[in-house]
Design a protein around this ligand. Sequence first.
Ligand code: DC
Length: 196
Amino acid sequence: MIFTVAIDGPAAAGKGTISRAVADRFGFRHLDTGLLYRAVGMKGGDPGEAARSLTPEDLGRGDLRTLEAGQAASRVAALPEVRAALVEFQRRFARGEGGAVLDGRDIGTVICPEAEVKLYVTASPEVRAHRRWLELGGDEAQVLAEVRERDARDMGRADAPLRPASDAVLIDTSRMTIDEAVAAAVAVVEARLVGT
Ligand code: DC
């Protein structure tokens, strides 16, 4: 079976948690595409070259979840050369046998417009910054400023900006528990699977 679940949305909206839960629930493979950009951003040197030569070791670095890596990822992600180098790998993963969940910014719009399910997971900047702050600590006002900066860059870039696909189902997790958000996503996937 080929079945792709595309989950897009801004930083810290809950995409990662929802994606892992959906993949577990249905036995699908999962790819956190943000990690690819984080690894490119942290590799240093020419970003295009870094994207073309990514290795499993690059993706296994221990510092890819930091705020610094997120900012570095967001910057290199605006470069068309970097995005182009990562497209094929993501498409192959999405359309491989066995069902796949991919989370990122442009999965439903650019990487896999034919995805069987498209979700756009979002939450207010304040809620997202608060969650990031609980995870990583530091100064909450600074975390909020970084969330807004990253949103502006990810939504404002010319190549594959973050936006919901026209046929995406919107899930606003601002007032949801994790369980509620996962249940909402699972229900959408289940309904679509019944139809295939
Ligand atoms: O999801 P994340 O926070 O790990 O993503 C880090 C950055 O990578 C994000 O700010 C923008 C970029 N990104 C992207 O441009 N396209 C994707 N599909 C995933 C991430």
